[in-house]
Write a protein that binds this ligand. Structure first.
Ligand code: MN
Length: 404
């Protein structure tokens, strides 16, 4: 009996009873009712969900085959871009490369990837658009413990790095940020809202409702714009934006959110591209030198892409001995995520402080840097840091230099 067999069409309109899909591959017994069978439950942000933790737990009980699964099955990366073509020439190609980069990382690490191009709540556009998407993604993916939002303009630049999820087990929201800046300097750039991990739970749904209440869908949108501009001395525009709103929520005395938010500054959970792209070529050289060291032959072995995780662990373990363990502006460890904040590759309306092609070149450098880590399993690498051409790698690379 197939999933779409004759008897498997849900009967419409019956609030109770057996409006269930026939169980696949089993004895044909009806699947247990879950929150999906409740006509009152909505995917849209205007209808709050209650009791989500119980609903989700109930679904997992009904589908034990999707429960657990370790870290691999528990992260859903969510990203997206606008529904219409880019106005900037080449913008769509750049978006495709940025998406390919995310697809590569997710394939290598067993992370599920959801790329959304629909504006689910038209009033919540631009940087507010992710909230309705994440909300819908949580409902569609009760098996996912974490939703990992990654802006379209962010590049995974260390294909060996895995999220240290155990570190976040007592928290529900992880953002790149600095407590001293958030709580003392009151700066709207004390954290970055373009990349974050948010746990699939009721707290997060409530948090996103409170967050969205400061956005364009709210009657208080104008008010919040003024409040945020007066709160953050370094905020130059008087529009309420998602990032300022997030900092504001954490700043409030007795904030009900603060103790479940993890401000990650231990590594480049996301990093500002301006402090990264000029150092990528040097990182490549240092990683190659690490693999040429005595005793590093095992790191140079060719292997199947499916073995990536094991080799990533081995390379990460070797970083310390090669002086590459340190992350940040003084270290040479590859940044996990390089975020092209302000570059606006699709609209082309980049921050006026960024000169000429610094954004374009920076993105191409970062994408090639990441792509080389992927291409290696296929026996190739880019001919240079800005080249679209590739060249084959010799056996025992990088002990032997690439010739051509
Ligand atoms: Mn961004």
């Amino acid at each position: 009996e197939g999933y779409y067999g004759d008897g498997a069409v849900p009967s419409s309109g019956s609030g109770s009873g057996s409006s269930s899909v026939g169980a696949a591959g089993g004895g044909g017994g009806a699947a247990a009712h879950t929150f999906y069978d409740d006509p009152a439950l909505a995917y849209t942000v205007d209808r709050p969900i209650t009791g989500w933790d119980e609903k989700r737990a109930g679904w997992l009980r009904a589908h034990p085959e999707f429960a657990g699964g370790g870290e691999k099955g528990r992260v859903l990366m969510v990203s997206g871009s606008q529904p219409t073509p880019c106005r900037s020439p080449g913008g769509d190609h750049t978006l495709m490369r940025l998406l390919k980069n995310k697809a590569d990382y997710c394939r290598l690490h067993g992370v599920q990837l959801l790329y959304n191009m629909a504006l689910l709540r038209p009033s919540m556009d631009r940087y507010w658009a992710k909230i309705p998407v994440i909300r819908a993604a949580m409902v569609a993916h009760p098996e996912a413990e974490w939703v990992w939002w990654v802006d379209s303009d962010a590049v995974l630049t260390d294909m060996d790095f895995r999220l240290p999820l155990r570190r976040y087990r007592a928290h529900n929201l992880v953002v790149h940020g600095w407590p001293s800046l958030v709580f003392e300097a009151s700066s709207w750039t004390s954290l970055n809202a373009g990349v974050f991990l948010i746990r699939n739970c009721q707290w997060s749904l409530d948090f996103m409702d409170a967050w969205a209440a400061m956005g364009p869908d709210s009657p208080d949108y104008q008010h919040w714009g003024a409040v945020l501009k007066s709160t953050f001395k370094d905020k130059v525009f008087d529009e309420s934006d998602d990032q300022s709103a997030l900092v504001y929520m954490l700043l409030q005395e007795g904030s009900r959110w603060r103790d479940k938010v993890f401000l990650e500054s231990g590594y480049y959970f996301e990093g500002y591209w301006m402090e990264i792209v000029g150092r990528l070529a040097n990182m490549t050289e240092r990683y190659e030198a690490m693999e040429r060291r005595p005793g590093a032959a095992a790191l140079r072995r060719r292997h199947a892409e499916r073995e990536h995780a094991e080799y990533a662990v081995a390379r990460n373990a070797a970083l310390g001995g090669a002086g590459l363990a340190e992350t940040g502006v003084h270290g040479w460890r590859r940044p996990f995520v390089t975020h092209f904040t302000g570059c606006q590759p699709c609209s082309g309306q980049r921050n006026e402080h960024y000169s000429g092609d610094s954004c374009d070149q920076g993105m191409r450098r970062a994408l090639n840097f990441a792509d080389d880590q992927v291409l290696r399993a296929y026996g190739f690498r880019h001919a240079s840091s800005l080249s679209d051409d590739v060249q084959p790698l010799p056996f025992d690379y990088p002990a032997k230099a690439v010739t051509s």
